[in-house]
Write a protein that binds this ligand. Structure first.
Ligand SMILES: [Zn+2]
Length: 431
């Protein structure tokens, strides 16, 4: 049976490449969430013709949803002949903007040296295509299978997944008894099983001041200088602490085994050109004002050994100390996003099944990893309460979101074989 799956997938290589190209040629750029409906329909139409029941579910009233940019998800289910477990492949259909520096058309799906190029080839339309081919090959080789196979294409993963997996999970579509095992074909490499991800806390800090003329700053109080004191305290007190925290989670790359914090943005004082009502082409001089507000957005990634309350308190205690030590210092802080770390156990059925596929197809032991950033697994775990979930798919994580993003055709074929074998293991095991 396993040999037959492999042969069928090899025979479908051209189909796999063409499907990847078709997906990449629909520029599902998020934000704002362009072309979600035609992309969902491409997937739905194909799977309907292969005997799947197909539903389109719009994430109504979720962030960014509008008639101009509907959050259109597709979910397809193929019932087997007998009762059994359900294996679900979930891929996000959104991609980040192309940006600069491409040497190929980002939405052309060009093939060069055995690779398909384009925005989303790696993250994660190549993985989605591999999972579709894996499911189709499995059904053809084993039409009498028991259980069910589901494939979903969901929106907005790049912006938090609220109109996509979170929305579907809130409707019960990622919970037992409907679904038992979930594989998310994110680009973690064909020989790696990704068990979960680190936690996230995004917050906005605002410091306050008093406006005055810039020639007499002593009459005011500069909010930007107050924020400077915050950043200085982070440099001297917080960053060394974070660098000392080392996780036992197998996070990749190595640098992400420590706690990290990025300062995403900072805004203080008069707005720059193109903001605050100034035209984009304004090229006049700024005016001399002492700023009364400065805002900073931080992005703290934390480890499974840390808890969110402590993570927050590390920052708040620095702000409180400045408030008592520094004249006229005052601040506000608000949460923007919180995601707890998640990690599936290594003996979970889906981990075992994919590992078995990797051993059989690639002839090597799988590597178990944790992703530095989050992905939709968080919603499946927290909202769907389904914990038999991993990320597994072709492509090199470092290429995601870069110019000249690509996915290797051989990598897609091999990971499709692994996925096909994993379906077989999960649908034929007796537990
Ligand atoms: Zn992704």
């Amino acid at each position: 049976m396993l040999v037959e799956f492999n042969k069928r997938i090899e025979d479908k290589t051209a189909d796999l490449v063409a499907l990847t190209q078709d997906l990449v040629r629909i520029p599902t750029v998020n934000p704002p969430g362009d072309a979600y409906t035609p992309c969902a329909e491409l997937i739905g139409t194909r799977l309907k013709s292969r005997g799947f029941q197909v539903e389109y579910i719009r994430g109504h009233d979720t962030p960014g949803d509008s008639d101009a940019f509907p959050r259109t998800n597709v979910i397809a289910r193929r019932e087997g002949r007998g009762p059994g477990k359900t294996v679900h492949f979930n891929s996000h259909i959104d991609v980040v903007e192309a940006g600069e520096g491409w040497t190929v058309d980002p939405y052309g799906g060009e093939i060069r040296d055995g690779k398909v190029y384009g925005r989303g080839t790696c993250d994660m339309k190549g993985g989605m295509a591999a999972s579709i081919i894996a499911a189709e090959a499995y059904i053809e080789a084993n039409p009498g299978f028991s259980g069910a196979i589901e494939i979903s294409g969901t929106v907005d993963e790049e912006s938090g997944g609220f109109g996509g997996v979170a929305y579907l999970a809130s409707k019960g579509l990622f919970s037992k008894p409907r679904v038992d095992h979930v594989i998310i074909p994110e680009p973690l490499n064909k020989d790696r099983v990704c068990l979960g991800h680190r936690g996230v806390w995004w917050a906005q800090i605002e410091t306050f001041g008093t406006q005055a003329h810039g020639s007499m700053p002593f009459l005011g109080d500069c909010a930007v200088r107050h924020m400077g004191s915050v950043i200085n305290a982070f440099e001297t007190d917080l960053y060394p602490q974070l660098a000392n925290k080392q996780t036992d989670m197998p996070v990749v790359p190595e640098g992400a085994k420590k706690s990290t914090m990025n300062l995403n943005s900072i805004h203080g004082g008069e707005s720059e050109t193109g903001a605050g009502g100034k035209p984009d082409d304004y090229d006049g001089l700024p005016s001399p004002n002492v700023p009364d507000s400065c805002r900073l957005i931080l992005d703290r990634r934390f480890l499974i050994e840390e808890d969110l309350a402590t993570v927050k308190n590390e920052v708040v205690s620095i702000l409180e100390r400045l408030k008592s030590d520094r004249d006229e210092f005052d601040y506000a802080i608000k949460d923007i996003m919180e995601v707890l770390p998640t990690m599936t156990e290594r003996d979970a059925p889906v981990v075992q099944a994919v590992s078995q596929g990797i051993r059989s197809v690639l002839g090597k032991e799988p590597e178990y990893v944790i992703s530095p950033g989050t992905y939709d697994q968080k919603h499946i775990a927290r909202i769907g309460h389904l914990h038999d979930c991993i990320a597994y798919g072709p492509g090199i994580l470092d290429l995601a979101h870069m110019a000249d993003e690509y996915v290797g055709i051989d990598d897609m074929v091999e990971s499709a074989k692994v996925m096909c074998q994993a379906i077989h293991v999960l649908l034929t095991s007796n537990d």
